[in-house]
Design a protein around this ligand. Structure first.
Ligand code: SF4
Length: 688
């Protein structure tokens, strides 16, 4: 890779973590916040301390190869050569789909794009998916179904400040992305969350439904909107279709019935309906709490139905959106690392899409594989008779972040070949046969697409340590060893982006008018940007939705509850989430001393009465058991918790992994696992 001297002046860039992509300046490892619309000069504790990632002593600087059970240092040539030989042998003996690729929602647009191309062209495999399947897929499926297109927030985040009312469902930005909260100060905040989170503390009204009952709550509120005369009939008539079919279901969900299912009073449901209807401008926003369910796509759909009944989407100053979580959670799902998609947010089984993308890639369209397995299905199949025997992982720490984590670790361990590209020896890298040390965030150029659909240039600000390579270098190097012609897999981020623009041209997520030049000049470019003279599209759907008839769709969805029910053995419901100081699997934030000191270990929040019934007191270690396994967590007695619910953050490794207990039941549309609710028991950890 090319290296340059470290900059002597500060470089304007963006935070390495979440989808708010706060603006910051870096001089060496020193972080300073800067004015950028999403953060307006603010940073959270993660962002402020992110410079520590650049000097982490845990950093890998040489490839590692497993010899006699131990990972030992290797040269890059030997490591890449070994991977290429073993992948080639597997493909020859067992077919192209014996090799799989797993990407991540934190990878830049360029990496996401090149990884998808690498899988389909260099490996010829259909077996590629990414961790965004665990994060955004239900909201993406629901948005596509209702609006014809998924752009998480189809309006700038700064528009929220003009709202008279905002309904937040399953979102806790006061912890996950604190600078976001300043945009919610304009009007009344209503929060739906089983926990009284720091965000719920800010709300004028907090509704705490039982986990997994959000859909019934949305139906009850929607019933109240219609029955109490708040329906925006002219909007429904002019901008939507499907109301009558939807109403046939909702008509049966009077708020008193929804109260019996959710525990949220009918009075509060009617209050929400009235307040949203009375607002001049209002927004409904969802996040993982209502999305990570075995019926997550339908749950989000129910909230979209509510927004449509109130006439919010596609109206300036109002709207519906989902708050994307991972740093490039939006861009990561647009450029072809999903099992069923090609760049430009195109469907992989669409003949026109295949022709277009194959043309850009210089390969026959019929050489491109079809759709592959979704993320959990792929992991579940690893090492089985019909599943992949080799996996390459970029930007994911699956051993901590995947549901039913012990089973996933077993599947990874059963592979002929596991390759992990990472900064450090993550819990997943520790299982690998080959570990490739790669650059991070401020050590490389690349673009990210934030939660608003705005494309950002994250500039290289520091020199990477000797010995590491970019993911683009790794992909290109392997492609060459696998016989791909020179130039087909570029290593320069801007060159990759130029190709990505062509591949996206004419697609739903059209980046063809975005260029590094325009981004360097500071232009605010929200996709679609269909040509270089186009100003971008900060607000979508103002005139028409993306379906052919221009109308948004009401979709009839009904409540069915969580995939797994409580019983005498597992009488409580567990839900998982995040804390302010850690990000995703914690692979990055656990490297930062200040963050680890603040929250060093997993905890389980539990109502004091529930703790007492289990013989537990504050600070003791508890065992939380589900039908899939058990995890250890330190007890936090929290009086505001529902007595039937416990909460665990999922950032911690080993025996503290919350995902040892989570349920991989999948949404039939999005293939999203049900991270947010499973049946558990709580007891003392007798080894404590
Ligand atoms: Fe901003 Fe998110 Fe980074 Fe915090 S983690 S500074 S909210 S981008």
């Amino acid at each position: 890779m090319t290296t340059t001297a470290p900059p002597t002046t500060s470089v304007d860039t963006h935070c390495p973590y979440c989808a708010l992509q706060c603006g910051m300046s870096l001089r060496g490892g020193d972080v300073q916040p800067r004015q950028f619309p999403t953060n307006a000069g603010g940073l959270c504790q993660k962002g402020w301390t992110s410079g520590a990632l650049l000097n982490s002593p845990a950093r890998l600087t040489t490839p590692l190869v497993r010899v006699d059970g131990e990972l030992v240092p290797s040269s890059w040539d030997d490591a890449l050569g070994l991977i290429a030989r073993r992948l080639t042998r597997l493909r020859e003996t067992s077919g192209a789909d014996s090799v799989a690729v797993f990407g991540g929602g934190g990878l830049t647009n360029e990496k996401s794009y090149l990884l998808g191309k690498f899988a389909r062209v260099a490996l010829g495999t259909s077996q590629i998916d990414y961790n965004g399947r665990f994060c955004m897929s239900s909201a993406a499926a629901a948005g596509t179904r209702a609006f014809g297109l998924d752009r998480g927030m189809p309006f700038p985040v700064t528009d929220l400040a003009e709202a008279d009312a905002v309904l937040l469902i399953g979102a806790n930005p006061a912890e996950t992305m604190p600078p976001f909260v300043q945009h919610l100060r304009g009007g009344e905040l209503i929060v739906v969350d089983p926990r009284r989170t720091p965000t719920a503390e800010l709300a004028g009204l907090h509704l705490a439904p039982a986990p997994g009952t959000d859909l019934a709550l949305a139906l009850g509120i929607l019933h109240a909107v219609v029955a109490d005369g708040h329906l925006d009939q002219s909007y429904v008539d002019s901008r939507t279709s499907g109301f009558e079919d939807m109403w046939r279901v909702v008509a049966r969900w009077w708020p008193e019935r929804a109260e019996r299912v959710t525990g949220v009073s009918a009075t509060d449901q009617r209050r929400v309906a009235a307040r949203l209807a009375a607002a001049r401008n209002a927004y409904i926003l969802t996040a993982r709490g209502t999305e990570q369910h075995a019926r997550g796509a339908d749950m989000v759909t129910a909230w979209i139905n509510l927004a449509l009944a109130l006439g919010l989407p596609g109206r300036k100053g109002s709207g519906f959106g989902c708050i994307t979580g991972q740093g490039n959670g939006q861009g990561g799902r647009e450029h072809g690392q999903k099992a069923d998609q090609l760049p430009g947010y195109r469907k992989i089984d669409d003949p026109a899409a295949r022709d277009h993308v194959a043309g850009v890639w210089g390969v026959p369209a019929d050489s491109l594989p079809g759709p592959g397995r979704s993320a959990y299905e792929l992991l579940d199949a690893l090492g089985t008779e019909s599943g992949p025997q080799a996996l390459m992982v970029f930007g994911s720490n699956l051993v901590v972040s995947a549901p039913r984590a012990a089973h996933v670790a077993d599947r990874l361990a059963s592979l002929d070949l596991l390759v992990v590209a990472d900064l450090v020896l993550s819990e997943t890298a520790a299982l690998a046969d080959v570990v490739l040390p790669v650059t991070q965030w401020a050590e490389e150029d690349g673009t990210m697409t934030n939660l608003e659909g705005r494309v950002l240039l994250r500039k290289r600000a520091v020199t990477p340590p000797a010995g590491v390579r970019t993911d683009l270098d790794v992909i290109a190097g392997l492609a060459k060893l696998l016989g791909q012609p020179d130039g087909r897999f570029p290593t320069d981020a801007e060159t990759v982006f130029t190709e990505l623009r062509e591949a996206s041209r004419g697609g739903l997520a059209d980046y063809s008018g975005v260029s590094y030049e325009r981004l360097r000049a500071g232009e605010a470019l929200y996709w679609p940007v269909p040509d270089v003279g186009h100003p971008g599209t900060p607000r979508m759907f103002l005139d028409r939705f993306a379906h052919a008839d221009g109308l948004a769709r009401f979709v009839a969805v009904d409540h069915s509850g969580p995939a797994e029910r409580t019983d005498d053995e597992f009488p409580l419901q567990a839900t998982t989430g995040r804390v302010l100081q850690h990000y995703q699997s914690g692979a990055q934030t656990r490297l930062v001393d200040e963050l680890t000191r603040a929250v060093p270990e997993v905890f389980v929040e539990v109502h004091p009465d529930t703790a007492a019934r289990a013989g537990l007191v504050e600070g003791e270690w508890a065992l939380v058991k589900s039908r899939r396994g058990e995890t250890r967590a330190r007890v936090r007695a929290v009086a505001s918790m529902r007595p039937d619910v416990v909460f665990l953050p999922f950032h911690f490794p080993g025996a503290q992994r919350a995902n040892l207990i989570t349920n991989p039941a999948l949404d039939p549309i999005s293939r999203m696992p049900e991270f947010k609710v499973c049946a558990v028991s709580l007891s003392r950890d007798e080894e404590d």
